[in-house]
Design a protein around this ligand. Sequence first.
Ligand code: FAD
Length: 400
Amino acid sequence: MKPDYDILIIGGGLVGACVAGLLAASQPLAGLKLGVVEANPPSQPPPGAIDIRVSAISHASQKILRTAGGWQQLAPDQTSAYVEMVVWDATSHPDRKGSIHFSAANTGEPDLGHIVENRRLQWALYSAPAFRERVVLLRASLAGLTFDEGQGLNTATLSDGRRVTARLIVGADGATSQSRSLAGIDVTARRYNQSAVVTHVQTERPHRQTAWQRFLPAGPLAFLPLADGRSSIVWSTGPEHADQLVAMSADDFERALQVASDDVFGGIKLDAPRARFPLQFMHTREYCRPGFVLVGDAAHAIHPLAGQGVNLGFADCAALAETLAESVLASPAGWADRRWLRRYERWRKRDNLLALTVVDAIGRLFSNDDPRLKFFRKAGLDMLDRSAFAKRILISEASG
Ligand SMILES: Cc1cc2nc3c(=O)[nH]c(=O)nc-3n(C[C@H](O)[C@H](O)[C@H](O)COP(=O)(O)OP(=O)(O)OC[C@H]3O[C@@H](n4cnc5c(N)ncnc54)[C@H](O)[C@@H]3O)c2cc1C
Protein backbone atom coordinates (compact mmCIF):
# COMPACT_ATOMS: atom_id res chain seq x y z
CA MET A 1 0.00 0.00 0.00
CA LYS A 2 1.30 3.46 -0.87
CA PRO A 3 1.64 5.78 2.14
CA ASP A 4 0.12 9.28 2.13
CA TYR A 5 3.59 10.71 2.77
CA ASP A 6 7.09 9.32 2.48
CA ILE A 7 8.28 11.49 5.37
CA LEU A 8 5.93 13.07 7.92
CA ILE A 9 7.47 15.59 10.32
CA ILE A 10 5.69 16.10 13.64
CA GLY A 11 6.27 19.69 14.79
CA GLY A 12 7.07 22.63 12.54
CA GLY A 13 9.10 24.75 14.99
CA LEU A 14 12.57 25.97 14.00
CA VAL A 15 13.96 22.46 13.77
CA GLY A 16 10.95 20.82 12.12
CA ALA A 17 10.79 23.61 9.53
CA CYS A 18 14.52 23.36 8.91
CA VAL A 19 14.50 19.59 8.35
CA ALA A 20 11.46 19.93 6.07
CA GLY A 21 13.27 22.65 4.07
CA LEU A 22 16.44 20.59 3.76
CA LEU A 23 14.57 17.47 2.63
CA ALA A 24 12.55 19.56 0.17
CA ALA A 25 15.72 21.13 -1.28
CA SER A 26 17.61 17.85 -1.57
CA GLN A 27 17.97 16.62 -5.17
CA PRO A 28 18.17 12.89 -4.32
CA LEU A 29 14.95 13.22 -2.27
CA ALA A 30 13.05 15.04 -5.04
CA GLY A 31 10.64 12.12 -5.52
CA LEU A 32 9.53 11.91 -1.89
CA LYS A 33 6.27 13.35 -0.56
CA LEU A 34 6.79 15.49 2.55
CA GLY A 35 4.35 16.63 5.24
CA VAL A 36 4.61 18.71 8.43
CA VAL A 37 2.08 18.45 11.27
CA GLU A 38 1.96 21.76 13.18
CA ALA A 39 -0.99 23.27 15.06
CA ASN A 40 0.56 26.70 15.41
CA PRO A 41 2.38 27.56 12.16
CA PRO A 42 3.85 31.06 11.88
CA SER A 43 2.30 33.87 9.87
CA GLN A 44 4.28 36.75 8.41
CA PRO A 45 5.31 38.95 11.35
CA PRO A 46 3.84 42.44 10.74
CA PRO A 47 6.36 45.31 10.52
CA GLY A 48 7.47 46.35 13.99
CA ALA A 49 6.32 43.09 15.62
CA ILE A 50 8.86 41.64 18.02
CA ASP A 51 9.46 38.18 19.39
CA ILE A 52 11.14 38.15 22.79
CA ARG A 53 12.53 34.69 21.98
CA VAL A 54 15.77 35.07 20.04
CA SER A 55 18.58 32.68 19.16
CA ALA A 56 22.29 33.12 18.57
CA ILE A 57 22.83 31.40 15.23
CA SER A 58 26.29 29.98 14.49
CA HIS A 59 28.09 30.08 11.13
CA ALA A 60 27.49 26.35 10.62
CA SER A 61 23.77 26.83 11.24
CA GLN A 62 23.64 29.74 8.79
CA LYS A 63 25.04 27.43 6.12
CA ILE A 64 22.38 24.82 6.92
CA LEU A 65 19.62 27.42 6.92
CA ARG A 66 20.86 28.74 3.59
CA THR A 67 20.73 25.23 2.12
CA ALA A 68 17.14 24.96 3.36
CA GLY A 69 16.49 28.29 1.59
CA GLY A 70 15.46 30.10 4.80
CA TRP A 71 18.41 32.35 5.66
CA GLN A 72 18.08 34.21 2.34
CA GLN A 73 14.50 35.16 3.26
CA LEU A 74 15.66 37.30 6.20
CA ALA A 75 16.12 41.02 5.48
CA PRO A 76 19.47 42.49 6.60
CA ASP A 77 17.78 44.35 9.49
CA GLN A 78 16.25 41.08 10.75
CA THR A 79 19.61 39.60 11.72
CA SER A 80 22.10 41.18 14.06
CA ALA A 81 25.76 40.24 13.68
CA TYR A 82 27.81 40.11 16.86
CA VAL A 83 31.50 40.69 16.40
CA GLU A 84 32.65 40.29 20.00
CA MET A 85 31.71 38.24 23.01
CA VAL A 86 32.57 39.12 26.59
CA VAL A 87 32.08 36.68 29.47
CA TRP A 88 32.87 37.60 33.04
CA ASP A 89 32.54 36.18 36.51
CA ALA A 90 30.30 37.84 39.11
CA THR A 91 33.38 38.75 41.17
CA SER A 92 35.07 40.45 38.24
CA HIS A 93 34.34 43.07 35.55
CA PRO A 94 34.64 43.04 31.73
CA ASP A 95 37.79 45.21 31.93
CA ARG A 96 39.51 43.25 34.68
CA LYS A 97 41.06 39.82 35.24
CA GLY A 98 38.45 37.10 35.47
CA SER A 99 36.87 37.98 32.13
CA ILE A 100 37.30 36.54 28.67
CA HIS A 101 36.99 38.37 25.35
CA PHE A 102 36.38 36.77 21.97
CA SER A 103 36.66 38.80 18.78
CA ALA A 104 35.78 38.03 15.18
CA ALA A 105 38.96 39.91 14.29
CA ASN A 106 40.97 36.88 15.51
CA THR A 107 39.03 34.39 13.43
CA GLY A 108 39.26 35.67 9.87
CA GLU A 109 35.44 35.90 9.83
CA PRO A 110 33.46 39.16 9.73
CA ASP A 111 31.46 38.18 12.83
CA LEU A 112 31.01 35.44 15.45
CA GLY A 113 27.37 34.74 14.59
CA HIS A 114 23.96 36.41 14.33
CA ILE A 115 21.09 37.03 16.72
CA VAL A 116 17.68 36.39 15.13
CA GLU A 117 14.14 36.47 16.49
CA ASN A 118 12.80 32.90 16.54
CA ARG A 119 9.44 33.67 14.95
CA ARG A 120 11.07 35.57 12.06
CA LEU A 121 13.46 32.71 11.42
CA GLN A 122 10.64 30.19 11.55
CA TRP A 123 8.64 32.28 9.06
CA ALA A 124 11.73 32.59 6.83
CA LEU A 125 12.00 28.78 6.74
CA TYR A 126 8.32 28.42 5.83
CA SER A 127 8.83 31.02 3.08
CA ALA A 128 11.73 29.16 1.43
CA PRO A 129 10.83 28.23 -2.19
CA ALA A 130 11.49 24.48 -1.76
CA PHE A 131 9.40 24.39 1.45
CA ARG A 132 6.50 26.19 -0.25
CA GLU A 133 6.63 23.95 -3.31
CA ARG A 134 7.10 20.56 -1.77
CA VAL A 135 5.93 20.49 1.85
CA VAL A 136 2.28 19.90 2.74
CA LEU A 137 1.33 21.62 5.99
CA LEU A 138 -1.21 19.75 8.15
CA ARG A 139 -2.60 22.24 10.66
CA ALA A 140 -3.28 19.96 13.61
CA SER A 141 -1.63 18.34 16.63
CA LEU A 142 -0.49 14.79 16.82
CA ALA A 143 -2.87 12.64 18.86
CA GLY A 144 -1.64 9.08 18.23
CA LEU A 145 1.02 7.05 16.44
CA THR A 146 1.16 3.41 15.41
CA PHE A 147 4.07 1.68 13.77
CA ASP A 148 3.86 -1.24 11.39
CA GLU A 149 7.39 -2.48 10.93
CA GLY A 150 6.38 -5.35 8.65
CA GLN A 151 4.65 -3.16 6.07
CA GLY A 152 6.88 -0.15 6.68
CA LEU A 153 3.71 1.91 7.01
CA ASN A 154 3.20 4.09 10.08
CA THR A 155 0.03 5.94 10.98
CA ALA A 156 -0.32 9.31 12.68
CA THR A 157 -3.72 10.21 14.10
CA LEU A 158 -4.26 13.96 14.24
CA SER A 159 -6.28 16.07 16.68
CA ASP A 160 -8.94 16.70 13.99
CA GLY A 161 -9.47 12.96 13.51
CA ARG A 162 -7.48 12.60 10.29
CA ARG A 163 -5.31 9.51 9.95
CA VAL A 164 -2.24 9.87 7.75
CA THR A 165 0.30 7.22 6.84
CA ALA A 166 4.02 7.62 6.23
CA ARG A 167 7.12 5.51 5.63
CA LEU A 168 9.13 7.57 8.08
CA ILE A 169 7.94 9.77 10.96
CA VAL A 170 10.32 12.51 12.17
CA GLY A 171 9.72 13.69 15.76
CA ALA A 172 10.50 17.44 15.87
CA ASP A 173 7.90 18.38 18.47
CA GLY A 174 10.19 19.89 21.09
CA ALA A 175 11.37 18.93 24.56
CA THR A 176 8.01 17.58 25.72
CA SER A 177 7.70 15.56 22.50
CA GLN A 178 4.54 13.52 22.35
CA SER A 179 5.78 11.59 19.33
CA ARG A 180 8.80 10.48 21.38
CA SER A 181 6.54 9.19 24.16
CA LEU A 182 4.23 7.47 21.68
CA ALA A 183 7.27 5.79 20.11
CA GLY A 184 8.25 4.58 23.58
CA ILE A 185 11.65 6.30 23.74
CA ASP A 186 12.94 7.07 27.24
CA VAL A 187 14.87 10.16 28.28
CA THR A 188 17.45 11.05 30.88
CA ALA A 189 16.28 14.38 32.26
CA ARG A 190 17.13 16.65 35.16
CA ARG A 191 15.50 20.00 35.87
CA TYR A 192 17.97 22.78 36.52
CA ASN A 193 17.02 24.76 39.57
CA GLN A 194 16.81 27.72 37.19
CA SER A 195 14.37 29.43 34.85
CA ALA A 196 15.35 31.84 32.08
CA VAL A 197 13.65 35.25 32.07
CA VAL A 198 13.63 36.79 28.59
CA THR A 199 12.74 40.26 27.34
CA HIS A 200 14.19 43.15 25.33
CA VAL A 201 15.68 46.35 26.78
CA GLN A 202 17.16 49.67 25.74
CA THR A 203 20.50 50.39 27.36
CA GLU A 204 22.06 53.79 28.00
CA ARG A 205 25.46 52.58 26.69
CA PRO A 206 25.49 50.90 23.24
CA HIS A 207 25.92 47.13 22.97
CA ARG A 208 28.76 47.58 20.46
CA GLN A 209 27.62 44.47 18.50
CA THR A 210 28.84 42.43 21.43
CA ALA A 211 27.21 39.46 23.19
CA TRP A 212 27.72 39.97 26.92
CA GLN A 213 27.35 37.33 29.62
CA ARG A 214 27.88 37.73 33.35
CA PHE A 215 27.97 34.58 35.47
CA LEU A 216 26.09 35.22 38.71
CA PRO A 217 25.91 32.60 41.48
CA ALA A 218 22.21 31.95 40.70
CA GLY A 219 22.84 31.64 36.93
CA PRO A 220 24.15 33.53 33.87
CA LEU A 221 22.76 36.85 32.65
CA ALA A 222 23.16 37.52 28.92
CA PHE A 223 22.69 40.71 26.88
CA LEU A 224 22.46 39.85 23.18
CA PRO A 225 22.75 42.70 20.64
CA LEU A 226 19.74 43.37 18.41
CA ALA A 227 19.96 45.16 15.04
CA ASP A 228 17.94 48.20 16.20
CA GLY A 229 20.29 48.95 19.12
CA ARG A 230 18.23 47.18 21.79
CA SER A 231 19.45 44.11 23.66
CA SER A 232 17.73 40.80 24.23
CA ILE A 233 17.98 39.58 27.82
CA VAL A 234 18.32 35.94 28.85
CA TRP A 235 18.55 35.92 32.66
CA SER A 236 18.84 32.43 34.15
CA THR A 237 18.12 32.39 37.86
CA GLY A 238 16.33 30.45 40.61
CA PRO A 239 12.68 29.69 39.75
CA GLU A 240 11.27 31.87 42.56
CA HIS A 241 13.49 34.79 41.66
CA ALA A 242 12.45 34.33 38.00
CA ASP A 243 8.79 34.54 39.05
CA GLN A 244 9.51 37.75 40.96
CA LEU A 245 11.43 39.25 38.02
CA VAL A 246 8.47 38.64 35.72
CA ALA A 247 5.89 39.94 38.21
CA MET A 248 7.67 43.06 39.56
CA SER A 249 7.05 46.57 38.19
CA ALA A 250 9.04 47.73 35.15
CA ASP A 251 10.98 50.21 37.34
CA ASP A 252 11.97 47.50 39.81
CA PHE A 253 12.96 45.13 37.01
CA GLU A 254 15.12 47.80 35.36
CA ARG A 255 16.87 48.52 38.67
CA ALA A 256 17.41 44.79 39.37
CA LEU A 257 18.86 44.32 35.88
CA GLN A 258 21.18 47.31 36.24
CA VAL A 259 22.56 45.89 39.49
CA ALA A 260 22.84 42.33 38.10
CA SER A 261 24.71 43.63 35.03
CA ASP A 262 27.16 45.49 37.30
CA ASP A 263 26.10 48.78 35.68
CA VAL A 264 28.12 47.88 32.56
CA PHE A 265 25.37 49.30 30.29
CA GLY A 266 24.32 52.29 32.43
CA GLY A 267 20.58 52.93 32.72
CA ILE A 268 18.21 50.27 31.37
CA LYS A 269 14.69 50.70 29.97
CA LEU A 270 12.39 47.71 29.65
CA ASP A 271 11.03 47.58 26.09
CA ALA A 272 9.00 44.37 25.76
CA PRO A 273 6.93 41.90 27.78
CA ARG A 274 8.75 39.46 30.07
CA ALA A 275 8.42 35.68 30.05
CA ARG A 276 10.14 32.83 31.85
CA PHE A 277 11.13 29.36 30.71
CA PRO A 278 12.06 26.49 33.05
CA LEU A 279 15.42 24.96 32.10
CA GLN A 280 16.40 21.33 31.96
CA PHE A 281 19.09 18.91 30.88
CA MET A 282 17.52 16.18 28.74
CA HIS A 283 18.83 13.54 26.39
CA THR A 284 16.99 10.62 24.85
CA ARG A 285 18.33 7.08 25.19
CA GLU A 286 17.73 6.44 21.48
CA TYR A 287 17.32 8.72 18.47
CA CYS A 288 15.39 6.22 16.37
CA ARG A 289 13.06 3.25 16.27
CA PRO A 290 11.91 1.45 13.12
CA GLY A 291 10.01 4.04 11.09
CA PHE A 292 10.74 6.84 13.55
CA VAL A 293 13.56 9.31 14.18
CA LEU A 294 14.07 12.30 16.50
CA VAL A 295 15.63 15.73 15.84
CA GLY A 296 16.18 18.92 17.86
CA ASP A 297 14.79 19.52 21.34
CA ALA A 298 12.71 16.34 21.01
CA ALA A 299 16.04 14.51 21.38
CA HIS A 300 18.03 16.87 23.62
CA ALA A 301 17.56 19.99 25.74
CA ILE A 302 20.53 22.05 26.88
CA HIS A 303 21.04 25.09 29.15
CA PRO A 304 20.93 28.28 27.03
CA LEU A 305 24.17 29.66 28.54
CA ALA A 306 26.21 28.77 25.43
CA GLY A 307 23.43 29.46 22.90
CA GLN A 308 23.75 25.97 21.44
CA GLY A 309 20.25 24.39 21.63
CA VAL A 310 18.82 25.15 18.23
CA ASN A 311 22.27 25.04 16.64
CA LEU A 312 22.55 21.40 17.71
CA GLY A 313 19.05 20.87 16.33
CA PHE A 314 20.02 22.35 12.93
CA ALA A 315 23.07 20.07 12.87
CA ASP A 316 20.69 17.10 13.47
CA CYS A 317 18.61 18.27 10.48
CA ALA A 318 21.66 18.46 8.21
CA ALA A 319 22.89 15.02 9.31
CA LEU A 320 19.46 13.44 8.81
CA ALA A 321 18.97 15.04 5.37
CA GLU A 322 22.44 13.90 4.29
CA THR A 323 21.89 10.36 5.61
CA LEU A 324 18.52 10.04 3.87
CA ALA A 325 19.91 11.42 0.59
CA GLU A 326 22.60 8.75 0.76
CA SER A 327 20.12 6.00 1.71
CA VAL A 328 17.75 6.83 -1.16
CA LEU A 329 20.61 6.60 -3.66
CA ALA A 330 22.11 3.44 -2.15
CA SER A 331 18.92 1.60 -1.30
CA PRO A 332 15.86 2.95 -3.18
CA ALA A 333 13.51 0.33 -1.68
CA GLY A 334 14.92 0.35 1.86
CA TRP A 335 15.89 4.00 2.35
CA ALA A 336 13.92 4.28 5.62
CA ASP A 337 15.40 1.09 7.11
CA ARG A 338 16.61 1.24 10.65
CA ARG A 339 20.27 0.78 9.67
CA TRP A 340 20.21 4.19 7.97
CA LEU A 341 18.47 5.79 10.92
CA ARG A 342 21.07 4.21 13.24
CA ARG A 343 23.80 5.78 11.13
CA TYR A 344 22.23 9.19 11.75
CA GLU A 345 21.89 8.35 15.47
CA ARG A 346 25.57 7.41 15.80
CA TRP A 347 26.55 10.61 14.00
CA ARG A 348 24.55 13.01 16.15
CA LYS A 349 24.24 11.35 19.54
CA ARG A 350 27.96 11.55 20.32
CA ASP A 351 28.27 15.24 19.34
CA ASN A 352 25.11 16.22 21.18
CA LEU A 353 26.07 14.36 24.34
CA LEU A 354 29.47 16.04 24.36
CA ALA A 355 27.89 19.50 24.01
CA LEU A 356 25.28 18.74 26.70
CA THR A 357 27.96 17.52 29.11
CA VAL A 358 30.35 20.43 28.56
CA VAL A 359 27.62 23.06 28.89
CA ASP A 360 26.27 21.31 31.99
CA ALA A 361 29.76 21.33 33.55
CA ILE A 362 30.24 25.06 32.77
CA GLY A 363 26.87 25.79 34.38
CA ARG A 364 27.83 23.89 37.54
CA LEU A 365 31.23 25.53 37.73
CA PHE A 366 29.86 29.05 37.47
CA SER A 367 26.43 28.86 39.11
CA ASN A 368 27.62 28.59 42.69
CA ASP A 369 29.17 30.55 45.51
CA ASP A 370 31.95 28.18 46.58
CA PRO A 371 35.01 30.40 47.38
CA ARG A 372 37.50 27.76 46.09
CA LEU A 373 35.71 27.55 42.77
CA LYS A 374 35.58 31.35 42.57
CA PHE A 375 39.38 31.38 42.63
CA PHE A 376 39.70 28.67 39.95
CA ARG A 377 37.06 30.33 37.76
CA LYS A 378 38.87 33.62 37.81
CA ALA A 379 42.26 32.03 37.18
CA GLY A 380 40.81 29.81 34.44
CA LEU A 381 39.10 32.68 32.62
CA ASP A 382 42.31 34.67 32.87
CA MET A 383 44.40 31.89 31.43
CA LEU A 384 41.95 31.32 28.61
CA ASP A 385 41.79 35.02 27.83
CA ARG A 386 45.56 35.08 27.36
CA SER A 387 45.62 32.06 25.04
CA ALA A 388 44.73 33.04 21.47
CA PHE A 389 44.98 29.36 20.51
CA ALA A 390 42.47 28.15 23.13
CA LYS A 391 40.10 30.96 22.19
CA ARG A 392 40.30 30.03 18.50
CA ILE A 393 39.38 26.42 19.38
CA LEU A 394 36.48 27.55 21.57
CA ILE A 395 35.14 29.85 18.85
CA SER A 396 35.51 27.18 16.22
CA GLU A 397 33.60 24.68 18.40
CA ALA A 398 30.87 27.22 19.20
CA SER A 399 30.54 28.04 15.49
CA GLY A 400 29.83 24.38 14.79
C1 FAD B 1 15.61 31.21 27.07
C2 FAD B 1 16.17 30.38 25.96
C3 FAD B 1 17.14 30.93 25.13
C4 FAD B 1 17.68 30.16 24.09
N1 FAD B 1 18.67 30.71 23.30
C5 FAD B 1 19.23 29.95 22.34
C6 FAD B 1 20.27 30.48 21.51
O1 FAD B 1 20.69 31.63 21.64
N2 FAD B 1 20.81 29.67 20.55
C7 FAD B 1 20.40 28.38 20.40
O2 FAD B 1 20.95 27.67 19.55
N3 FAD B 1 19.39 27.87 21.13
C8 FAD B 1 18.80 28.62 22.09
N4 FAD B 1 17.77 28.10 22.85
C9 FAD B 1 17.27 26.77 22.54
C10 FAD B 1 16.25 26.82 21.40
O3 FAD B 1 15.23 27.76 21.69
C11 FAD B 1 15.64 25.44 21.21
O4 FAD B 1 16.68 24.51 21.05
C12 FAD B 1 14.75 25.41 19.96
O5 FAD B 1 13.67 26.30 20.06
C13 FAD B 1 14.22 24.00 19.73
O6 FAD B 1 13.49 23.97 18.54
P1 FAD B 1 12.58 22.72 18.19
O7 FAD B 1 11.95 23.06 16.89
O8 FAD B 1 13.36 21.47 18.33
O9 FAD B 1 11.49 22.67 19.35
P2 FAD B 1 10.33 23.72 19.68
O10 FAD B 1 10.81 25.11 19.49
O11 FAD B 1 9.81 23.34 21.02
O12 FAD B 1 9.23 23.43 18.56
C14 FAD B 1 8.40 22.32 18.62
C15 FAD B 1 7.25 22.52 17.64
O13 FAD B 1 6.43 21.36 17.69
C16 FAD B 1 5.08 21.73 17.79
N5 FAD B 1 4.40 20.65 18.52
C17 FAD B 1 4.52 20.31 19.82
N6 FAD B 1 3.73 19.27 20.13
C18 FAD B 1 3.10 18.94 18.98
C19 FAD B 1 2.14 17.95 18.66
N7 FAD B 1 1.66 17.08 19.55
N8 FAD B 1 1.67 17.90 17.38
C20 FAD B 1 2.15 18.75 16.43
N9 FAD B 1 3.06 19.71 16.70
C21 FAD B 1 3.52 19.80 17.95
C22 FAD B 1 5.08 23.05 18.55
O14 FAD B 1 3.92 23.81 18.23
C23 FAD B 1 6.36 23.70 18.02
O15 FAD B 1 6.12 24.47 16.88
C24 FAD B 1 17.23 28.84 23.89
C25 FAD B 1 16.26 28.29 24.71
C26 FAD B 1 15.73 29.06 25.75
C27 FAD B 1 14.67 28.47 26.64
